[in-house]
Design a protein around this ligand. Sequence first.
Ligand SMILES: [Zn+2]
Length: 338
Amino acid sequence: MFGLSANLAVRACARVGANRKTAKLKDKPVKEFKPTSADYDARIFSFREKDWTVSLTLMNGREHIKIDAGNYQRGKLKGRKPTSAQLCKHRDGNYYIHIQIKDEAPEPIKSTNVIGVDFGRRDIAVTSNGDKWDGKQINDVRDKFSRVRTSLQKKATKGIRSTRRRARQILQRLSGKERRYQQWLNHNISKSIIQDALKNNAALAIEDLTGIRERTNQKPRNKTERRRSNSWSFYQLRFFLEYKGIQFGVEVIAVPPAWTSQTCHQCLHVGLRSDKRFKCTNEACSWSGDADFNGAKNIATIGAVFVNQPRGSNCLCCELSTDSSGLLKSLRSPLAGA
Ligand SMILES: [Zn+2]
């Protein structure tokens, strides 16, 4: 019906099938497919390094096409035999090919040393080593985006027709810019956290992020703060950390977040958290300092309990996630041992 070769037809069916399956899970029916990309596997795609061409099965048979690759892409493709790709038609009218390269993940480093990472409200991330990604500058940039957006949204609803259209165009461009800024920053943060772990021969412990939105929204509740905590993509940061961890052989452990922000990392008593500060209410201890740093320390401690457990046993995990008093007990044991 469409004049596709058998292999191309197979790929098209597989693409539709996979998309419908995902859509079913999300309960969002697929209405239509835009003819902007096609999947290629080893039967209909190959890459040739000697003249930097890809061979693709197209509507009129197999064709060799020279690719316009930059140095970064050439470095990645050198000596490789990729077996899958997507051919995409971008909005600029040009065709791009996305080539997948598969790597064996290195064995994760076995370590009892754990660095905790707390994803905070004011700061994007704080580690138990004391490294901090200050949210101030980031928030300034994002506030600027937000102000411009608000003013454009006004223009997009009022004003004459050409003004409205222009405002909508700028809004769209802006959302891409902000998204790319966030992605760039999350890549940077995750990269330096992973490098820090490699340098210290350590595993990473992060919070299980389910519910971070509720938690960061507890206090203060003003509109600006709420927008900031809702709009920062902690899920993306966590995802970047996890896949870079696999790539570089750094173990990334997710620990339940209960109590990590209320407990004093020195004496394990429940203390007071007010905004950025944490103060221990135990008179014998009375530690006070950065609340996110305290959280990161606690996350590292729980992470250390995990890595020192015999592998493959999930009993501690269940205990931690279901019983908060159990958490305090397990927190105590490694410290008592030390
Ligand atoms: Zn204390």
